[in-house]
Design a protein around this ligand. Structure first.
Ligand SMILES: Nc1nc2c(ncn2[C@@H]2O[C@H](COP(=O)(O)OP(=O)(O)OP(=O)(O)O)[C@@H](O)[C@H]2O)c(=O)[nH]1
Ligand SMILES: [Mg+2]
Length: 209
């Protein structure tokens, strides 16, 4: 199990040369700008406002490493898909972030976070396909579930499943506000860590996302 007893911000990388040693299990949190990546991470680690959150898209910059119990890295990524965000952010998603993901032999899984209120988005689909091609495990999380009725939640989740070829048994319906889905998410991440203790390694090639 991951205990989440002691969480520390380690560094924000803007180049591959700044990444810490790949010496422990790592999870990356990806998704569109403003979808709630940083909020999910706060809920996951049980700290209010530990990771910077904002109502304005483009809050998170760089590849942000959080050390959990000295045993796991949780990595908060900048968002993609927002026309108004700076050129440098778009560049990060075109070059730096795919290379980061390809280079991390310790990356257990990319958690791909989507807004449960919205229909399937092209860029989320592209990221999920790219991860499949690269042989990098992904876990879909549909967040902001508190904003919908139970009925609508299930309808929208089914649309996202179908649109992105996601297995209903695999994804998680989540709310950073209420904590819905938190236990399921923690269980899934813990299961990846357990697997890493066996034989590991991710295949990768040079194609960019
Ligand atoms: N109601 C509700 N609001 C949420 C939830 N998750 C995030 N938010 C709100 O959505 C906004 C964006 O949240 P962030 O966590 O900063 O989103 P992000 O994906 O990290 O955004 P960038 O770093 O800019 O890409 C904030 O106003 C949050 O309070 C949720 O589960 N429910
Ligand atoms: Mg953020």
């Amino acid at each position: 199990m991951i205990q989440y007893n002691n969480v520390e911000f380690l560094l924000s990388a803007h180049a591959l040369s700044q990444l810490p040693a790949a010496d422990r299990p790592e999870f990356a949190f990806a998704g569109r700008s403003n979808v709630g990546k940083s909020s999910l991470l706060n809920r996951l680690i049980g700290r209010r406002n530990f990771v910077k959150v904002s109502g304005k898209p483009g809050k998170t910059q760089g590849i942000n490493f959080f050390d959990v119990d000295g045993q796991v890295y949780m990595v908060d990524l900048p968002g993609y898909g927002y026309a108004k965000v700076s050129k440098s952010m778009q560049n990060q998603w075109q070059k730096l972030i795919p290379r980061y993901m390809q280079s991390r032999s310790n990356l257990c899984c990319a958690v791909v976070i989507m807004d449960i209120r919205h229909p399937p988005k092209t860029q989320d689909g592209q990221l999920l396909e790219w991860l499949r091609q690269e042989g990098i495990s992904s876990l879909a999380v549909y967040t902001k579930a508190d904003k919908l009725s139970a009925n609508q939640r299930h309808k929208n989740a089914a649309l996202l499943d179908a649109g992105h070829r996601i297995e209903a048994g695999g994804r998680i319906i989540f709310s950073a506000q209420t904590g819905m889905g938190l236990e399921a998410l923690r269980e899934r991440l813990a299961a990846y860590v357990a697997v890493v203790d066996g034989p590991g390694g991710q295949p990768s090639d040079d194609s960019a996302f």
